[in-house]
Design a protein around this ligand. Structure first.
Ligand code: BTN
Length: 267
């Protein structure tokens, strides 16, 4: 597979500001960890870190992220934004989810849905996960890393993921060019991020997000550390919270440690 190399990424680059500094490794520990390390060394806003393989890829809630060599996308984007209030940074996960959904559609024509807040789903199985991490700074801009893992041409998954995960190639019946997909994600992210930064919330595209939302109108189980409950997911609000209708009224769920599951399965 020759679709990823620094030369090929540089050759296809067509973004306004993402990837001005571009770092590519065949193997790294985790692109998120590396992007945060580079931030500590003064890497600029828009730095993009891509790897063909991660030895310690990380998912949400301390889970690991599996990545088949030569087949998947692992990319992390560093944002240093003096204007951005750090409390609003978790919304960037939703911005990225929408950007990836649009990019996958652009490159492959595949329709994917979003499982709030950070999973992209095709036919009930996960095709992409997003991990946003931040380091508030005592002075200056917060350092935020948005990490995106996409199953592109994966041929197999470990036994525990076989039923839960899928790849774009399995869904579309052909392989896709990872470099092309990476830049499509970056261009879409630039578009939605620009709109997000105008108001520092999602009001400009809650409808777009809700149209992609797989949970919408479905029974969900909210695994809140304070106590699990069930309701019907209605969509997201401008602050990115998921609104869930329960007999006691509408509950607003913010991502944090809360997990939302379909009552009858993963979605
Ligand atoms: C999840 O679904 O739990 C989030 C998975 C995020 C995986 C990506 S791959 C690129 C970046 N580097 C990491 O270590 N994690 C994210």
């Amino acid at each position: 597979m020759t679709d990823l190399s620094i030369e090929r990424l540089e050759q296809l680059k067509n973004t306004a500001w993402i990837g001005t500094r571009l770092v590519y490794d065949e193997v790294t520990d985790s692109t998120n960890t590396k992007a945060m390390r580079l931030a500590g060394q003064g890497a600029p806003h828009g730095t993009l870190v891509v790897a063909d393989r991660q030895e310690c890829g990380r998912g949400r809630r301390g889970r690991s992220w599996e990545q088949e060599r030569g087949a998947a996308v692992a990319m992390s984007l560093l944002l240093r934004e003096e204007e951005l209030q750090i409390s609003r940074a978790p919304m960037l996960t939703l911005v990225a989810a929408l950007a990836v959904a649009e990019a996958i559609r652009e490159v492959s024509g595949l329709g994917v849905q979003i499982k709030w807040p950070n999973d992209l789903i095709h036919d009930g199985r996960k095709v992409c996960g997003i991990l946003t991490e931040m380091q508030p700074q005592t002075d200056g801009a917060a350092q935020i890393v948005v990490g995106i893992g996409i199953n592109v041409n994966n041929r197999q998954f470990s036994p525990e993921l076989t039923e839960l995960a899928t790849a774009m190639s399995a869904a579309g019946g052909r392989e896709y060019d990872r470099a092309e997909l990476i830049w499509a994600v970056c261009r879409q992210f630039e578009h939605f991020y620009g709109r997000f930064m105008q108001t520092q919330d999602l009001r400009a595209f809650t409808d777009d997000y809700n149209r992609c939302l797989v949970n919408r109108g479905r029974s969900v189980r909210v695994l809140d550390p304070q106590g699990a409950f069930e309701g019907i997911a209605r969509g997201i609000a401008a602050d990115g919270a998921l609104e869930v209708e329960t007999p006691e009224g509408v509950q607003k769920i913010t991502s944090g440690e809360v997990s939302v599951r379909g009552v009858y399965g993963y979605v």
